[in-house]
Design a protein around this ligand. Structure first.
Ligand code: MTE
Ligand code: HPA
Ligand code: MOS
Length: 757
């Protein structure tokens, strides 16, 4: 089935927040944010700005009737800074004016004196100064320390990664309308409508039932709107409550880039021990997560780093410790992979370094250590239906790795100005929110008396195709044409207490809830048919809009059956609730079974570098992916391609830089480059790992949103492989992204030379 949004998107008819018709009397909001990364607010003078014609009001922390608090996991973040500022871009005030232009002009008239305090941007420095957001956590199995002594090879090193800007095409925004009796209706571009509702209620000092949140769709979220869409929804709601006028905020790109958090940079140490036959016997990793100035989702992101610290490998002795370090950057947040990629980059770096020192190919170590059924992960889950080896084997048989390597070698021996590099990247990604409690969802189904169907779920469409999949689920459950099914907006009054659309689990959770709701209606419809036709209940089925009784088509079709149910006063509305079975996790022991299942795959990446200029092009990415039994291949292929390219971008050209004062230097599209059509791999070949799929996945179609991003990790190692082919003196370094500048320096690095990183 085609993506239901495809025509709307390409013709520009799909509606986003900024397309909502403007209601007369609407005020436009602009955020006044901190110009300093750390300091005390000594004085603030809003009078000139307030007096500017067209300015209606300026809100600060003093105007908040409820709590000045937006922290979702740890209450450590004010909506508006009060007394102190902790990052450049931190909201201090909200200017409301008749037009946005006026609000921007007024912004320049605000006078503020800030006494500067020391700025920390580096997580290692933060740890040294005891600036932790919460206590460190350790996942351990076996005892690596006692095993290193008996290893044939022990290799240590560091592996660092920088952040990543989400760069959703639609920037953050919200539009709030005051309703009667203190009720406010927020249209928000959020992945988490309930988070916006809950936080707005807290800040406004009203019960949650006074706040309604509605989401049409997002022009991309990528994790950046899992909870960082909340402040804007709350600010506009507060402003609507106080002014009794509709209030809209649609952020400008540079404001968005400056004020919002990103993927977490990490600074990590590793130590890996191997036997002669390349078995990894012991692994230690210490992660320093750059959390930014407040917790945001960092505790959950850090947890997933620990869960994925060993990627697709079985290692009997592991100790992984992570520190969440407080710095003066905007609070970093969810980003596709949610800490997993950061953990996986470190083990892949350890393997690359070990391979170099031992004198083997990284793939030999990778292959020798792939997970098997029955293996215990450091967090206690015993692997079953494990497809790590199957993916690898399928990759070898489908794409002939040795032949590709031979081609790279042949090219390199014939060319001196260009070199090719190759890397293999296996992935293993756990599906479920790591916080067990969040793994539930609901759906509300109305069958209208004409046989058309309205479906509401907690799922937010952000381009990943979840609405298309929900239409499929409902249409398949009733065996009706998909054109009869309409996906409603995501609204907190129809589906309440939702988890955000995240963790790649949106289709699984909401789809299963939807199936439950549909099946309840279906059971009632069958009863109606049995009564009407006077046949045996066990032989009734609905197929292709027909009622089939004992294998033969009856006179009843979908529409007449619905009509019959309606006149018989049978309810045509149902609610479904689903919560993932089996999963659990005990934080006091750091052991459990947190994931419903894992998604596997493996990719071969080849790159050509220009040894004069340092630039590079990816020739091809060939991969085998575990879709389970895909319910929508075109949608799933879109996720593979998008995720892969986003991962390659993070590892290569996307360079997020803050200066020592905590100022974002790559603060616009002119300085922050994401992959465009010219920089994507020339060829992306996707092979399906044929399996039956997993029961916990919707229609056995496994989650596909995040896992493919991690194929992109291989981009770093492919480039490194090519640099080494040109310059044998190059010393392996692990600090992503591998920008063209870094490639150039690596190409001409000499033995013993210290190259700035
Ligand atoms: N694909 C598009 N086009 N746009 C997005 O914002 N977000 C990703 C992924 N794919 C995203 C996307 C992220 S971070 C997640 S968690 C999943 O989609 C969320 O949707 P799912 O749970 O339905 O896979
Ligand atoms: N993944 C993505 N988002 C989340 C998670 C998770 O495991 N937990 C909380 N938010
Ligand atoms: Mo995705 S990072 O779980 O929104």
């Amino acid at each position: 089935m085609k993506n239901i949004d495809s025509i709307g998107h390409v013709t520009g008819r799909s509606l986003y927040l900024d397309d909502l018709p403007t209601i007369q009397g609407t005020l436009f909001g602009v955020v006044f944010d901190s110009p300093k990364a750390h300091g005390k607010i000594k004085s603030a003078d809003y009078s000139k700005a307030e007096d500017f014609p067209g300015v209606v009001r300026i809100l600060t922390s003093k105007d908040i009737p409820g709590e000045n608090q937006i922290g979702g996991i740890i209450p450590d973040e004010p909506l508006f800074a009060d007394g102190e500022v902790h990052f450049m871009g931190q909201p201090i005030a909200f200017i409301l004016a008749d037009t946005e232009t006026i609000a921007y002009k007024a912004k320049k008239l605000i006078e503020m004196e800030i006494e500067e305090l020391p700025v920390i941007t580096d997580p290692r420095e933060a740890r040294a100064k005891d600036q932790l957001i919460f206590p460190p956590r350790t996942f351990q199995v076996g005892d690596p320390e006692s095993v290193f002594d008996s290893c044939d090879y022990v290799i240590e090193g560091e592996a660092d990664n920088e952040g990543q800007e989400h760069l959703y095409i639609e920037t953050q925004g919200a539009y709030s309308v005051p309703m009667e009796n203190g009720h406010v209706r927020i249209s928000s571009s959020t992945q988490g409508p309930t988070a916006v509702q809950r936080t707005a209620a807290r800040v406004l000092g009203v019960p949650m039932h006074k706040v309604e949140v509605d989401v049409i769709r997002l022009g991309g979220g990528f994790g950046g709107k899992e909870d960082q869409a909340t402040p804007w929804g709350v600010m506009t709601a507060l402003a609507a409550q106080l002014t009794k006028r509709p209030v809209k905020l649609a952020m400008h790109r540079m404001d968005d880039m400056r004020m919002t958090g990103k993927r977490h940079p990490y600074r990590s140490d590793f130590k890996i021990g191997l036997s002669k036959d390349l078995k990894i016997l012991a692994y230690e990793a210490t992660f320093h997560q750059n959390a930014g100035a407040a917790a945001d989702l960092s505790p959950a992101v850090m947890e997933r780093t620990l869960f994925h610290a060993t990627n697709s490998y079985f290692i009997p002795n592991v100790k992984a410790t992570a520190y969440s370090c407080r710095t003066n950057l905007p609070p970093n947040t969810a980003f596709r992979g949610f800490g997993g990629p950061q953990g996986m980059f470190v083990i892949e770096s350890a393997i690359a370094k070990a391979a170099e020192e031992i004198g083997v190919k990284p793939r030999e170590i990778q292959k020798a250590n792939l997970l098997n059924d029955g293996d215990e992960m450091p967090y206690g889950q015993i692997m079953d239906q494990c497809l790590a080896k199957n993916s690898w084997d399928s990759l070898e048989s489908s794409f002939d790795i040795k032949k590709l390597e031979a081609e790279v070698e042949a090219f390199n021996s014939e060319n001196s100005d260009f070199k090719k590099g190759i890397a293999i990247q296996p992935i293993c990604f756990g599906i479920s929110f790591t916080n067990t409690m969040m793994n539930n969802a609901r759906a509300l189904v109305h069958v209208y008396s004409d046989g058309s169907v309205g479906v509401s779920t907690g799922a937010v469409e952000m381009g990943q195709g979840v609405n298309t999949k929900m239409v499929q689920v409902a249409a398949d459950a009733f065996s009706i044409d998909p054109s009869r099914v309409k996906l409603e907006t995501t609204n907190t009054t129809r589906v309440a207490n939702t988890s955000p659309s995240a963790a790649s689990a949106t289709s699984d959770l909401n789809g299963k809830a939807l199936q439950i709701a549909c099946n309840k209606i279906l059971d009632r419809l069958k009863e109606v048919a049995v009564k009407k036709l006077g046949v045996d209940a066990s032989t009734i089925e609905l197929k292709d809009e027909k009622v089939i009784s004992a294998g033969t088509e009856s006179d009843l079709d979908w529409k007449s059956l619905i009509q019959e149910a309606f006149v018989s006063r049978v309810s045509l509305t149902e609610n479904g609730h689903y919560s993932t079975p089996i999963i659990h996790f005990d934080k006091s022991k750091e052991k459990g079974h947190p994931f419903a299942y894992h998604v596997y795959g493996a990719a071969i990446l080849t790159v050509t570098i220009d040894c004069i200029r340092g630039r590079y092009d990816f020739d091809s990415v060939k991969l085998v992916h575990d879709f389970g039994k895909s319910m929508n291949l075109p949608v799933d292929h879109g996720q593979i391609e998008g995720g892969l390219v986003q991962g390659i971008g993070w590892m290569t050209m996307e360079e997020l830089l803050y200066d020592k004062e905590g100022k974002l230097m790559s603060n616009a599209l002119s300085t922050y480059k994401i992959p465009d059509i010219y920089s994507v791999p020339k060829e992306i070949a996707i092979k399906h790992l044929e399996t039956e799929g997993h029961e916990a996945a919707i229609q056995k179609s496994k989650a596909v949103g995040e896992p493919p991003l991690m194929y992109g990790l291989g981009a770093y190692f492919a480039i490194q492989n090519a640099v080494k082919a040109f310059n044998p003196d190059y010393q392996l370094k692990f600090h992503a992204p591998f920008t063209p500048e870094k490639v150039l320096m690596g190409l001409y690095e000499k033995v013993g030379e210290v190259v700035p990183d």
